[in-house]
Design a protein around this ligand. Structure first.
Ligand code: ADP
Ligand code: MG
Length: 449
């Protein structure tokens, strides 16, 4: 019989490949395995709430993990920490039908997360090209001129998701296709250990004997000359055999320093597509999709609020959503705007100013930009007035987290598309014009202090 920590390790390894990192960190890291015997596995969870959440959302996943690990069923018993020494065990019967069915070896060999599929990927202007390119490659690996395909863009924007979606798609469509997903860090470590163990020949053979090679985060190859060399040869060999190579990078290859020119020009010989930060609508759509996937019932206003405040990193946005749920469950309260504000503050580590109202913002913008309050909320379209109004709308989104509709109401009954347009215009100007950014910043700061 496996030791309890061994068993739990195996189970959680499987869990990891079926849930997001955030979910894992929130719900699984706090669990301590306690004991295992012929009939049951006892795990300790921090609270009643955890027990309820894990049991209703992840029991099947844990059960199928156990089944895969030891080839038979066990019961799960939860031990709940009740403020110190007391404990309380609940018995749960194993169920026949797992919620998340993981076919044996599905994706396990290729090390792919089976949530990273095209179906779960929300398309927006920011990623359209990248999605289209990855889909054509997934449809006909090695057969398009997109070889290598390189996806580049900032952190948390979906590069790994798309890269793995190719793998998942190819596996699903054609079981025998040989996929190798790795990060460039992993590639480097494996290469180094093959040198240490005199197994470079095996390592080369392993890399070159695949149909699709997916290498994530190639920026880590910077300055690692010998690994680059190895990579270059692997790449050439695969390319010549008409095998597909797909890479991701956190920046454009011309900005990768310490990378050999011939490697860079290799990367450039295929197709490079970027992923930009998603706009507000796409961010909302992504959150809606996540909520739907997880069967969460969260009002549109709140999703919109989160999406408005987390802009440049989807992983962080998901983190805020999960934190919100954790808060709500731990405090046994409904998911409210106030709770959302709290969760966001924690996630972003900065304060969303509570207590400030749209009216405060109108006053403040009015006095700073010298536009009367009436004009600010009125119908006038003079350029300076319109811009001041847009700034006020933007700040209402930013600082109050009010819904688009509500903001529209405060500004003379405008509709939400006008508010979205205002927020966009201001966001764009902030990016483009330093002086403007400074002004908006000052208005905001004057309210906070
Ligand atoms: P990167 O590799 O670019 O740092 P990831 O691919 O790890 O980013 O994405 C971070 C998180 O955001 C993942 O959970 C991913 O599923 C999610 N995500 C990113 N873009 C999208 C999208 N367009 N639709 C749905 N989820 C997305
Ligand atoms: Mg990534």
């Amino acid at each position: 019989m496996k030791s309890v920590s061994n068993l739990w390790q195996t189970v959680t390894d499987q869990v990891k490949s079926s849930v997001t990192e955030q979910t894992y960190a929130t719900w699984f890291e706090p669990i301590t395995p306690v004991s295992v015997d012929e009939s049951s596995l006892v795990i300790q969870v921090p609270s009643q709430f955890y027990y309820e959440w894990i049991d209703s959302h992840y029991r099947q996943l844990i059960l199928s993990g156990i089944k895969n690990a030891i080839d038979r069923d066990l019961q799960i018993k939860y031990r709940i920490e009740l403020g110190g020494n007391e404990s309380n065990e609940k018995k749960i019967k194993p169920d026949e039908k797992p919620l998340l069915f993981i076919p044996p070896n599905y994706n396990k060999k290729a090390q792919l997360n089976n949530r990273y599929t095209f179906d779960f990927f929300v398309e927006g202007e920011n990623n359209q090209l990248a999605k289209a390119a990855t889909m054509s490659v997934a449809e006909s690996p090695g057969q398009t001129s997109f070889n290598p395909l390189l996806i580049y863009g900032g952190v948390g924007l979906g590069k790994t998701h798309l890269l793995q979606a190719i793998g998942n798609y190819v596996i699903q469509k054609n079981q025998i296709t040989n996929i190798y997903y790795t990060t460039s860090e992993r590639f480097t470590l494996d290469f180094i250990s093959s040198i240490q163990n005199n197994k470079t020949a095996e390592f080369s053979a392993k890399c070159r004997n695949v149909d699709v090679l997916l290498v994530d985060d190639i920026q880590f190859l910077q300055k690692k000359e010998q690994t680059q060399e190895q990579f270059f040869h692997t790449f050439n060999e695969l390319y010549q055999q008409g095998k597909q190579v797909v890479l991701t990078s956190d920046r454009h290859p011309s900005e990768l320093y310490g990378l050999k020119d011939r490697l860079i020009s290799r990367f450039q010989s295929g197709l490079m597509v970027d992923i930009q930060p998603p706009n507000l609508e796409t961010r909302i759509a992504i959150l809606q999709k996540k909520a739907e996937e997880d069967g969460l019932d969260i009002s549109y206003d709140i999703l919109e609020f989160i999406a408005t405040n987390v802009r440049n990193n989807i992983r962080e946005m998901e983190g805020a959503l999960i934190k919100l749920l954790a808060h709500s469950s731990l405090s046994h309260t409904d998911v409210t705007m106030e709770l959302a504000r709290q969760a966001l503050q924690e996630t972003l580590g900065k304060s969303l100013q509570s207590g400030i109202t749209i009216n405060d913002i109108i006053k403040s913008v009015s006095s700073y930009l010298n536009v009367s309050e009436n004009r600010l909320i009125g119908k006038g379209r003079k350029k300076e007035i319109a811009l001041a109004r847009q700034i006020a709308m933007y700040l209402s989104r930013e600082m109050v987290g009010s819904s688009l509709e509500n903001i529209g109401l405060h500004f003379g009954g405008r509709d939400h598309t006008t508010v979205i347009h205002a927020c966009r215009t201001v966001e764009k100007k902030i990016e483009e014009k330093q002086e403007f950014a400074r002004q908006v910043h000052t208005i905001r700061n004057r309210m906070i202090n």
